[in-house]
Design a protein around this ligand. Structure first.
Ligand code: TYD
Length: 228
């Protein structure tokens, strides 16, 4: 069975959009621009992220990103999955059931890429773990911002913020993460929009809007401006 066939489709009246990619690719900027546009069209937007989209998640985020000692790779995978389980159950599903648009910075594709390939656990098992945690919720659209890790690292350096546990990983780790993201997107072309994150942010935002419009146009509940 392909991953595409595994998608349950829309079991809710909302729209679930996730942004994925390596560190420093500009996901937050694109999430903000998409939020602004959809809000101006009258949609109710919930912007959220993993890890850290809930109060419990903020605690988990602090452990996975800032704990100073080692964390065993399987424990790290379970921490991300725990954050996900609570976040999807308490924030994302309720929003989708209300008919809102959820714009989420990172979701299970990040676990598959970072824990599956970065930490060299088994990507299929990591996906299964997330599917269990999230009770099978698959995004309606995933935007992958693709950038070569050296360029992304240059952007992070320019930011002048201290690197977190994942950002501090070596270049080969980030190269494996990037390759896995591209492989997942190639397996599920219907779910993904892959963009070259080296392009100007406004151009990227235009492509994102066009794709969201087409997803919503295929929606029996009407166009982009349909009430949430
Ligand atoms: P992010 O919030 O994008 O970092 P920042 O706010 O610093 O831009 O993501 C935090 C880190 O967590 C990022 O390096 C990717 C990593 N991550 C995983 O390793 N697995 C996961 O399942 C998720 C959601 C994130």
């Amino acid at each position: 069975m392909t991953a595409e066939a595994a998608s349950p489709g829309r079991g809710h009246p909302g729209l679930f959009v996730t942004l994925e990619g390596g560190d420093g690719v500009g996901k937050t900027t694109q999430a903000a621009l998409l939020d602004e546009w959809l809000t101006s069209l009258g949609r109710t937007v919930v912007r959220t992220r993993e890890p850290g989209g809930t109060e419990v998640g903020v605690l988990v985020r602090d452990i996975v990103l800032h704990h100073r000692g080692d964390i065993a790779p399987r424990a790290e995978a379970l921490l991300y999955a725990a954050d996900r389980a609570h976040h999807i159950e308490t924030v994302v599903r309720p929003a989708l059931e209300r008919g809102d648009v959820v714009i989420q910075d990172r979701y299970f594709d990040s676990s598959v890429a970072y824990q599956g390939d970065g930490r060299q656990l088994e990507p299929g098992e990591i996906r299964d773990l997330s599917m269990w945690a999230a009770r099978g919720l698959v995004p309606d659209l995933t935007i992958l911002l693709d950038l070569d890790p050296a360029t992304a690292r240059g952007r992070l350096d320019a930011d002048d913020k201290p690197f977190d546990r994942l950002e501090s990983e070596r270049e080969d780790f980030h190269a494996r993460v990037r390759d896995r993201f591209l492989a997942i997107a190639a397996d599920e072309p219907g779910r993904f929009l892959v963009l070259d994150a080296a392009r100007p942010a406004d151009d990227l935002a235009g492509d994102v809007r066009a794709r969201v419009e087409s997803v919503l146009a295929g929606d029996s509940r009407g166009g982009v401006g349909a009430p949430g």
